[in-house]
Ligand binder design. Structure first.
Ligand SMILES: Cc1cc2nc3c(=O)[nH]c(=O)nc-3n(C[C@H](O)[C@H](O)[C@H](O)COP(=O)(O)OP(=O)(O)OC[C@H]3O[C@@H](n4cnc5c(N)ncnc54)[C@H](O)[C@@H]3O)c2cc1C
Length: 482
């Protein structure tokens, strides 16, 4: 028997994979799989609310199609017909500056400078800022000793290669919009290894980007191609865990609603999983395998008695909190053309929001005819208390931000608040060393695996991959011991 703890996307996928692997050729018998989830609903962070013609994403509203795991899951669930990508005109992001919004320079990609013409033409940067960004190709790569990971904070990397102004006005707000992170602590090696590799292999990000675009060919050079890689489901991201939960149940996974409170290793190597309440007549199960698909601090608490060293490393993974205030307006209440996926707000602007996502500009069916839906992101690692404001204060704040950023006026027609306390793992400096130590500890704990956003990627495809890898690890352990 295998117990999966946590019914977020990682846990659901882990349960699905256990069933699939168990049914594979050469397998003697399907393991009994029990999924234990504390909440009444599967999906964890991912949740869609559908109400009176509005479709509200409480967290994730799309995922990257370039990695195969998300698309393959959509296919397995028979949802391919529901796939939609970001509307062509919205395939760009804006940056707020002094009461106005400007497009991110053409081709600029998180840390890679992009096209010279785009940089020269932007109103986001001063002449000095542009010159410094254009000089990126002349900045020598940071020397690294053999065996050295070359880890560095995202802030240090960006300042060194792109200069202060590009960091403050482009990199910082774009990064805040993705990881809600403190760039001075975010690990390049863990969060953005691609850009470290670009520097190492090509000498500069500019040269690496030119090589990449050359390889892709002109068809893909269009500025919007990247945003076209982000997809969602017509009925919302929540359909993914909803359907997956149905599918695994139909294939024999037992679902139990309870919070797991402790995990003990029994002398024979089995795992005893205890719940906060009796379900199906028992408040504990003995299992051959356990997958913890939980946020790291919760996994740390469960592991405390079974392995103090693994628990300490899990507890060391920090999380950021945020709130998403979703407001719906009649179209004429918002002055801005909303001709983008959204707008990010540099911290040096002194505003209180991190970003605003234009849901109705990105995807169809998010609001009743003649209305727009906007999601305001507040909080994050650099503003940790913001999500604690009461509902009234949060909505007032979001309305003020929308008034200033996109010229929204009058009372919203729809209000929904999603609070995310300690929901976004932060891959701080040393994250990869921590993962290595954890892998060594796990090697001494057969039958146990970890899955979820805390380890090797926060995006939905990476989280799916983590669930699949955890299932493979546990099944391999069962084969050895069986
Ligand atoms: C605001 C926000 C916006 C995001 N936007 C995007 C996006 O646009 N695109 C993208 O790709 N990614 C996005 N992400 C990231 C992505 O949604 C998450 O990384 C992913 O959904 C995490 O899944 P998970 O299964 O690891 O964790 P979770 O979803 O946190 O699941 C953990 C589950 O464990 C359960 N649990 C907790 N304690 C116990 C216990 N003791 N016993 C049993 N069960 C327990 C919880 O109830 C929960 O269901 C976003 C995240 C946030 C917070």
């Amino acid at each position: 028997m295998v117990v999966v703890v946590g019914g977020g996307l990682a846990g659901l996928v882990a349960a699905e994979s256990l069933q699939a692997l168990g049914a594979g050729p050469g397998e003697a018998s399907l393991p009994r799989v029990i999924l234990v989830e504390a909440a009444g609903r599967a999906g964890g962070v991912v949740e869609t609310i559908r109400r009176g013609g509005w479709l509200i994403e409480r967290s994730a509203d799309n995922f990257l199609a370039a990695r195969p795991e998300g698309m393959a899951l959509v296919d397995r669930l028979g949802l391919t017909d529901e796939l939609i990508s970001v509307f062509e005109p919205a395939r760009r992001a804006l940056v707020y500056r002094a009461g106005r919004t400007f497009p991110v320079p053409s081709g600029f990609r998180l840390l890679a400078p992009g096209l010279a013409a785009g940089i020269e033409g932007t109103e986001i940067l001063s002449a000095e800022g542009k010159a410094r960004l254009l000089a990126e190709r002349n900045v020598p790569p940071k020397p690294t000793a053999p065996g050295d990971r070359g880890d560095e904070s995202l802030e240090s990397f960006a300042l060194r290669r792109l200069g202060r102004e590009a960091f403050d006005r482009l990199v910082q707000p774009l990064v805040a919009g993705i990881w809600t992170a403190d760039p001075a602590r975010l690990s390049m090696a863990a969060a953005c290894p691609e850009f470290l590799r670009m520097e190492k292999e090509h000498g500069s990000l500019s040269a690496a980007e030119e090589a990449r675009l050359g390889d892709l060919g002109t068809a893909h050079r269009a500025e919007g191609a990247r945003y076209g890689q982000f997809v969602t489901l017509a009925s919302g991201m929540g359909t993914l865990p909803e359907r997956l939960a149905e599918r695994i149940e139909a294939s024999g996974v037992e679902r139990r609603r309870a919070a797991v409170t402790t995990l003990e290793r029994r002398p024979g190597g089995a795992w005893r999983v205890s719940f906060d309440r009796a379900v199906a007549g028992t408040d504990a199960i003995e299992a051959d395998g356990v997958i913890l698909a939980l946020r790291a601090p919760i996994a740390a608490r469960l592991m405390a008695t079974a392995d103090a060293s693994l628990a300490a490393d899990l507890a060391g993974i920090e999380y950021a909190s945020s709130a998403v205030v979703v407001l719906g307006y009649a179209r004429e209440q918002v002055a801005h053309p909303l001709d983008a996926a959204g707008v990010v707000v540099p911290r040096i602007e002194g505003r209180r929001s991190l970003a605003v996502s234009f849901s109705t500009s990105k995807f169809p069916g998010r609001a009743p005819e003649g209305h727009v839906l906007l999601r305001v992101f507040l909080g994050g690692a650099l503003d940790p208390e913001r999500h604690l404001l009461d509902d009234e204060q949060l909505v007032a704040l979001a309305r003020e931000e929308l008034a200033a950023i996109v010229g929204a006026s009058g009372p919203p027609k729809l209000v929904e608040i999603a609070r995310w306390p300690a929901a976004m793992p932060q891959y701080h400096l040393g994250h990869l060393d921590r993962l290595e130590r954890m892998t060594r500890r796990l090697d001494t704990l057969p039958g146990l695996a970890l899955a979820g956003a805390a380890y090797e990627g926060v995006g939905i495809p990476q989280v799916i991959a983590s669930g699949q890898a955890a299932a493979r690890r546990v099944m391999a352990g069962l084969r050895v011991s069986g």
